[in-house]
Design a protein around this ligand. Structure first.
Ligand code: AMP
Ligand code: ZN
Length: 112
């Protein structure tokens, strides 16, 4: 059994509120939302972070972005805008080492 939290969500071993799914990706609500809409979009296959994902499988990285777009549309974020964050490395706050996009919307954001 894997000890990767997001692999376990993909396997159905840990519950999640799924908002969108494709054969290669899964999108579910963040358990501790930082915005009115806070969805995580992941590849079902394990890659530690977006750098590893992009290097190993650019097509899958593209599928993650296509799912980000679909989630933004489904959640009504296209008009007001949204922010996409891939924390990469513990130094910038990555805590789950399975690549994931944070899709954040429904409020305003300051400069990066
Ligand atoms: P990061 O800090 O970029 O690695 O983001 C990990 C995110 O996963 C955090 O925003 C957590 O709130 C979220 N998270 C942790 N456990 C769960 C879970 N069981 N279901 C949904 N989101 C989770
Ligand atoms: Zn994983």
């Amino acid at each position: 059994m894997t000890d990767c939290l997001f692999c376990r969500i993909v396997a159905g071993e840990i519950p999640a509120t799924v908002v969108y799914e494709t054969p290669a990706t899964l999108a579910f609500r963040d358990i501790s939302p930082k915005a009115p809409v806070h969805v995580l979009v992941i590849p079902k296959q394990h890659h530690a972070d977006v750098a590893a994902l992009g290097a190993a499988d650019p097509a899958l990285a593209g599928e993650v972005l296509a799912s980000v777009a679909a989630v933004a549309e489904k959640e009504g974020l296209l008009e007001g805008g949204f922010r996409v964050v891939f924390n990469t490395g513990s130094a910038v706050g990555q805590t789950v080492f399975h690549a994931h996009a944070h899709v954040l919307g429904g409020r305003t954001y300051g400069d990066l």
